[in-house]
Write a protein that binds this ligand. Structure first.
Ligand code: ATP
Ligand code: MG
Length: 576
């Protein structure tokens, strides 16, 4: 399903931001020899979402703009939650977004042996110790925001004792939770992260890459800075929740590199910088919650077109260009905020308006029989596929005696502002003819089942020679030539602007805020014949209805389309 974007070199360089200013200053000062190396470090415990896309655009974008490189490194330190399915999807998604990583993809697990040796070094330097408190006791010793922590009774273990225990932890002599390796920093630090953080824990679990080779696994706060250091990363970008972890990031690198506290700005080596994560209204973004939506089958998988995942957006019909444009417009800031999901929709609308070929489809068909049109005849119209881009060519659209129009383009007793079809009224069938409705045929229940009308043969192409005007132009499909299709319409997955907040307010779970009408599946939709062989992933504007993308469920002769977005741009209207 992954589609190549080789021809579309990513243009992510948005306006400058505080991150780019820092990098530019480092390059100008010759820090790290003027070199720029970044990394994108996903944990393979779920699919990437639009928030990750923001991080990807930053990590890869900065590297490209400053002539450096960006590594794709899987932060695979928790064997219990990780899986190769996620690794593969992440690689697919990064490529689809239009980015190439430097060399082969990397894994924190590549460094397990090195990280272990570093840990022994910390023990020998007296900077780490094996603690044997239970998790509960450790919590009690940790203190609070207002009270310092207390020393564990095991904090004074001798180096040889620590080394022996740590080696036996590795050898598998102990059960999960029996011991941990902790950094010896400062139990009275006002920053709780610095109160002797855990570096290693025992986990008798198979890892998706290292199998059963290890039963101790490094913690993120230990593995991450060292992986950065090993790879020669210069700028390590992460989201704001890691601000409190930065002193630990520096401590770990300093402790291994030289002596603690010796590194000063400009001295080189990796540095962490935090930026505000992307939040979107009407959306939940945490992987844990997305996983819950998938596992509890509130959606049809990670790539359900209602999901904020990269694969969901792709299936929905989003282009990589539109997502990159969105990330550039959102920008990189130091303060958290919530972005209107309407901006994301605006970006894809703008992109598809430029690029998507036009076609006609009728979602809820109502037949119109043109009684003065000969039964055996049919017309063909050659219609340009795009109003402004001739390179998209044209297609042949047949016309015949029986035409489908949208059910809601007709009203038997139209109110004042309804200008579309009604008995006795003339409208234009787009690019074809002017037609007049003469009669609405009803079934026994009084429902309209068919319309009768006439066409004016002198209006071929849709314009009257006598210059008379009609107020409405309808899209249509020739019944004899129509291709039947399934079309899936989407609405927001959550009804509340802030699903988590609303749930909390109502005393429930975010699941309670799901929109019960987020998916509407229409069968028996009618497409113009040029759409019969639409390739999965191909995108169109269906005249008057919005942008649509052929779903991977499409089969030859049986297309399935997802509506990417309607034509109505609420965001542009609110932000003129
Ligand atoms: P989540 O909180 O959704 O579970 P995570 O941070 O645990 O995400 P990782 O796989 O660790 O997921 O994230 C990889 C990178 O993407 C990290 O550098 C992280 O800071 C960044 N990232 C994650 N979520 C967002 C977001 N909403 N906006 C911007 N960057 C994000
Ligand atoms: Mg994370």
């Amino acid at each position: 399903m992954s589609e190549s974007n080789a021809e579309t070199a990513p243009a992510v360089s948005g306006p400058s931001d505080f991150i780019r200013e820092i990098v530019a200053a480092d390059v100008a000062a010759g820090n790290n020899g003027g070199r720029v190396a970044t990394r994108f470090p996903p944990e393979p415990n779920g699919y990437l979402h639009i928030g990750h896309a923001k991080a990807i655009c930053l990590d890869f974008g900065v590297a490209t703009e400053f002539g450096g490189h960006c590594n794709l490194r899987f932060d695979d330190t928790n064997p219990v939650k990780e899986d190769v399915e996620y690794v593969d999807s992440i690689k697919d998604d990064v490529r689809w977004l239009g980015f190439e990583w430097h060399g082969r993809e990397l894994y924190a697990s590549d460094y397990y042996e090195q990280l272990y040796q570093f840990a022994e070094e910390l023990i020998r330097k007296g900077l780490a110790y094996v603690d044997s408190l239970s998790p509960d006791e450790m919590r009690q010793h940790r203190g609070t925001l207002t009270e310092p922590g207390r020393h564990s009774p095991y904090r004074t273990r001798r180096v040889d004792e620590n080394l022996d225990l740590f080696r036996r932890m590795r050898a598998g002599e102990f059960q999960d939770g029996a011991h941990v390796l902790r950094a010896k920093i400062d139990m009275a630090s006002p920053n709780i992260t610095m109160r002797d953080p855990v570096l290693y824990r025992i986990r008798h679990a198979d890892h998706h890459r290292t199998g059963s080779a290890w039963c101790i696994y490094p913690m993120y706060d230990y593995a991450h800075p060292l992986s950065d250091a090993i790879e020669g990363i210069t700028h390590s970008f992460c989201t704001l929740e890691y601000v409190d972890h930065r002193p630990l990031y520096d401590w770990v690198i300093d402790a291994i590199a030289t002596e603690p506290g010796r590194r000063s700005p400009g001295e080189g080596g990796p540095r962490q910088y935090e930026f505000a994560r992307l939040n979107l209204n009407y959306t939940v973004m945490s992987k844990r919650k997305l996983l819950q939506l998938v596992h509890q089958q509130h959606v049809n998988g990670w790539d359900d077109p209602r999901m904020p995942t990269v694969s969901g957006l792709r299936r929905r019909g989003y282009t990589p260009e539109s997502i990159r444009d969105f990330c550039a417009r959102v920008g990189v800031a130091r303060k958290e905020n919530v972005i209107d999901v309407g901006l994301l929709e605006h970006c894809v609308r703008e992109d598809l308006n430029r690029r998507a070929p036009r076609a006609m489809a009728v979602l809820r068909p109502l037949k119109l029989v043109l009684t003065n049109y000969p039964e055996a005849r049919s017309d063909e119209f050659e219609i340009a596929s795009h109003p402004d881009d001739a390179s998209l060519g044209s297609r042949t659209v047949p016309f015949s005696r029986e035409i489908y129009i949208e059910r809601d383009d007709f009203m038997e007793e139209p109110p004042k502002k309804f200008f579309r079809l009604a008995p006795g009224r003339e409208v234009r069938l787009r690019n074809a003819y002017l037609v007049t409705c003469t009669e609405a045929i009803k079934n026994a229940a009084g429902e309209i089942v068919e319309l009768r009308g006439t066409y004016d043969p002198a209006t071929r192409g849709g314009n009257a020679l006598d210059g008379r005007k009609v107020k409405a132009t309808l899209h249509w499909v020739s019944a004899a030539h129509a291709v039947d299709a399934e079309i899936r319409l989407y609405d927001r997955l959550f009804t509340a602007e802030d699903p988590e907040g609303a749930a909390e307010h109502a005393g429930g779970d975010f699941i309670s805020q799901l929109n019960p009408c987020s998916l509407e599946v229409l069968g028996g939709c009618k497409l113009e014949p040029s759409l019969g062989n639409a390739a999965p992933g191909s995108r169109y504007q269906f005249e008057r209805l919005g942008y649509f993308a052929a779903d991977p469920d499409t089969r030859t002769g049986a297309p399935v389309f997802n509506r990417t977005v309607s034509l109505k741009d609420s965001w542009a209207k609110a932000n003129p």
